[in-house]
Design a protein around this ligand. Structure first.
Ligand code: GTR
Length: 424
């Protein structure tokens, strides 16, 4: 009951803040548009081989997404270091090994640290692992009393018992329903999670988080083609992977990066910028994630850039209410991840994220996977609810709202085990 009330309050707050926009939820009002062909380059040349994709088409598309959508990382770190803060051989009722690792990033004599919480199946010596950010602190994903509470800025949330932007004991375990830890461990996988606010606080302030480390004297915001928060979070995913390369209990060749919603957008960009991942999962990532922007269904570029001005690079604002001018669309973001397998998931009541647009992206990215002899999505008809397609591009749509459920995790574990064969 309490949860229901919280959801209604949240829904009310969301609909209030988006009331100024004209949001389309009708298929008949989707504008006519041409889906940009991933296999024709900007000069009009046809791409027919994986070599031409890698050498000719991918670089120009990557450059576009980097400079016009998410923003470039403005240089290299000076150093990165790792420190074991805590570990236990007896976590989750003896099922798992737990580690908490502090990662410190240094640039221009300034530093930032974040903590990776890791659970690994005890039986295995080198595990495949899912890596995903959480929204409200590592301690929110489990009731495990040993999980360290982050001191970073957090969004106030009545449902999560957070006020004054501080995380406390009062939100421990409150998001455990989104993290099927037991199923993940029983499926033979580890789980690593990071509080995303430790990499870049999710507020329209580009003077904090990782951004600030890279500024020259007097600089207060990134250049127009430099990283917004999504790109910073994607960078953080890669730095966690840098740590995994040093941990003998984790199989670095078998890391699947996962993200829900805004963090699904970040996971997709991480998959495009870092080809070391074994798989990429976008859970309900919507606008600026898996959904085709040109459909203008649910959340649009103008809405997202207005509500969250710090997520994308400043150049992206040029496409506010101007999707027709975009020479790319989000299926090409998925294509940039090829040949790494991807999983796009939608929820039927999450129309804000445009499930059909997410599906069509997966479908239109498929020709690029086919160049690598990998099967994507064959038909342009959406599958029925709870009828997952598990290929090199995987897709499912489930019942229910914008969320991460046990059903989602069951599919990801199955895909990773049976299709990607990460446990062999
Ligand atoms: C919404 C936003 C979406 C999605 C979501 C989330 O408010 O409009 O793009 O990212 O937040 O991250 O939960």
């Amino acid at each position: 009951m309490k949860t229901l009330i919280h959801f209604s309050i949240l829904y009310f707050v969301c609909s209030m803040s988006f009331a100024q926009f004209d949001i389309n939820y009708e298929e008949s009002k989707v504008p006519e548009f041409t889906v940009p062909d991933p296999l024709t380059n900007f000069a009009g040349e046809k791409i027919t081989t994986s070599d031409d994709w890698i050498n000719k088409r991918r670089p120009e598309l990557f450059e576009f997404f980097e400079n016009k959508v998410y923003g470039k990382v403005p240089g290299d770190l000076d150093s990165i270091s790792f420190k074991l803060l805590e570990e236990s051989e007896n976590a989750l009722n003896g099922k798992a090994r737990r580690k908490q690792i502090e990662v410190t990033l240094v640039k221009n004599e300034k530093s930032i640290s974040f903590t990776i919480l890791i659970y690994l199946p005890k039986k295995s010596t080198s595990s495949p692992i899912f890596l995903g950010y959480n929204f409200f602190g590592n301690h929110s994903i489990t009731t495990d009393a040993n999980v360290i509470i982050s001191e970073a800025w957090a969004m106030n949330s009545e449902a999560m018992n957070i006020d004054e932007h501080r995380l406390t004991e009062a939100s421990r375990g409150l998001r455990s329903h989104r993290w099927a830890i037991e199923k993940i461990i029983d499926g033979g996988f580890g789980l690593a999670t990071i509080y995303y606010g430790e990499i870049d606080p999710d507020k329209n302030d580009l003077m904090d988080g990782l951004h600030e480390l890279f500024y020259e004297q007097g600089q207060e915001k990134p250049k127009n083609n430099e990283w917004g928060s999504l790109s910073v979070w994607a960078f953080g995913y890669s730095r966690a992977l840098d740590y995994f390369e040093k941990d003998k209990n984790i199989d670095t060749n078998k890391v699947v990066v996962f993200g829900h919603s805004r963090l699904g957008k970040a996971a997709l960009w991480a998959g495009a910028t870092d080809q070391r991942f074994a798989g990429v999962i976008s859970n309900d990532s919507g606008c600026g994630g898996a959904a085709l922007s040109k459909r203008r269904f649910g959340e649009t570029i103008n809405v997202i850039n207005t509500s969250f001005p710090h997520w994308f690079c400043l150049n992206f604002k040029r496409y506010n209410n101007n999707e027709e001018e975009l020479p790319v669309d989000q299926h090409q973001l998925l294509a940039l991840i090829a040949p790494t397998p991807i999983y796009v998931a939608s929820a039927i009541d999450d129309q804000w994220a445009d499930p059909k647009g997410e599906f069509l992206s997966a479908y239109h990215a498929s020709p690029v996977y086919e160049l690598f002899d990998m099967e994507g999505i064959a038909a342009n008809q959406m599958p029925e609810v709870h009828n997952p397609i598990h290929q090199s591009i995987a897709y499912h749509i489930r019942e229910g709202k914008h969320d991460v459920t046990d059903y989602d995790w069951e599919q990801y574990i199955k895909w990773a085990n049976e299709f990607l064969k990460l446990n062999q």
